[in-house]
Design a protein. Sequence first.
Length: 654
Amino acid sequence: MTKWDGYIGSYTLRGSRLLTVAATLALGAAVFIRAFPYGYSSSPDVAHHYALIRWLMEHWSVTDGAAPILGEMSVYPRYAHILAAVLGTGAHSPFLGMQLVATLSLVACWAALASMARLLPGRASWAFVCTYIALLALNRITLDLDLVGHEIVVNYFFSQLAGQACFLVVVATFARIETVKGAGIRLPLAVIALSVVSAGVHLLPAIEGLGYGLALIAAHALSEKRAWLRRSAVLAGAACVGVAAIYLHPAFTAMRTISDNNGYLPLSAVTTLTRLMVLATTTGIVSLALVWLSLPWHRFHITRVASLARHLGSAGGAIAFFCILQTAAASLGIGSEYAARKYAFGLSTVLFLETALVVTLLVNRRLAQDSTLVRPPLGWLQPAIIIAALWVFTFSRSHREVDAPSFLAVESAATVAKQIGAVNGPNQAYARGLVLGGMSNVANYLVSQAIFDAPRDGNGLAPLYGRDFPAPGSVGAIFSSTTNPSVWSDAGCVRTQLGAGFVVSDGSCILAKFTDACRGEFDLSSGGFLPASMMTGFSGAEPGGRWTDGSLSTLTCRYDPERPRWTRLQLDVQPFSPHGHAQTVEIAVNGVKAGKFTLTDAMTLTVPLPDAARNDPHGITVTMSLPNTLSPKNAGISPDGRELGLLVKKLNLQ
């Protein structure tokens, strides 16, 4: 080999690396552009993370006085929130800062996963890429496991996704370093140190990182039989120091307390703890097999894939181990099933990568060993192709709950209302009646809490759950919208007109209009002044009425001292009947059966009031039994999981 051959080879290698970086950045930018303008969650966690980011932008510290407003977020690990606050300050919007960090974390996770293909030699790397993409497609068609990135779909695990980005970037980076410079004890020690630091982002990926680093040390100890005892002592010391550092980190106490809350975490395929344990056990077995294959004295050892096998196996083994440990702790009353289910995203993601690597080794063992095929043809395209596949097969069809322009309009108007003093006064201001994509009630709660600083008491939570204010006398201004008119923007109570269709109304004026008294007409739309306490089994008010939610719905009104003698009632309804699905409704008045109907089209139901029902001195309770309810999700229409029966527009007593 001549000197010129060396120059040409070096130039070709640098050119290939530049092409890889350029292609990866281009696809990453495309994913960022597609994902950034949308929010994919209507969870209250959106409001909680937003509130902390906004608080940091305004105060740059979190004192004890923030606890009534921020709740658990006042002690939450906040490195990702600080970054979002810095970016949000530059963008003049906490929402944009939050979106920037969330979307960058998504792209960073996928770029780290995609880069691992470049650690394999020759055509074996293409076998790995093709197998991995086939697994992603299979998952989309049948398995439906939630992968990394879905942390911000449905639920909104903002910090966890940022922490996963840190974890996966470390795995990909250190696997590459080992491939180039060889294994050693310094790499896993650096992993442990970085994991302790990353606890300030989120505890779960930090614990995974600690386990990953310790697994690398264990593999390092086993790789040299004559030095295993000395290296095992290093492992024991690193474990003691690492565990102590994580335990003493402020994030541990905070997240330990939060993990006791058995929150809401729906997973598409892992619907039970048994399934979670199957997933964790499978990942653990495959991970151990890869670590075993990476040991230099193993007869199936392949030098050119050992680094990737060892790092993927160590990472997967750590995630599986801590998931099983968390589940066992939950069974003993320590932590919760909710905390254990959070590991599912990492388990599924690593398992697919590991499976692709195992298949590649089984099918292409000779190619993986061949030193003449180090640089695969068009290998620079591999990371970009994987990122594109991750978008197409795991994220592109995620339901968009809100778009950025709509959110920014609400954020801007509410901020202006606070700045000009329109919501100031002796009583607390709240937002009600906002319509914002699929997160309307969350938007009401977010504005009330994060922008107007409403404490998390009964009144503060009322906008989130669409409930009546339990302490109406403490309600001051109401921020609402006239673009989507509701009782909360009643023209007679408006005191400040804001731009873009937003108003501030007098809360006491609006609340005085609500009554549960029996009367001739009840308007169940967002324009009707009906207390939520009158109803059970109904979802929130919409411009056209209220949907029944579940198999039993009731509406109750109380009699005034002088009550009319009503003899019948009429219900204007529209059934939820996709593809001709029939809704059956059985109506009872004060517990007396009054009528039964089967509907496929909108109509007015006329029901005579039985004599026995009219004798109740307190009022009227209309009960609707709906045995054929159906959710839009099960009907294949949308992710909406409500069990819908009838859209009730009006109820008339005659």
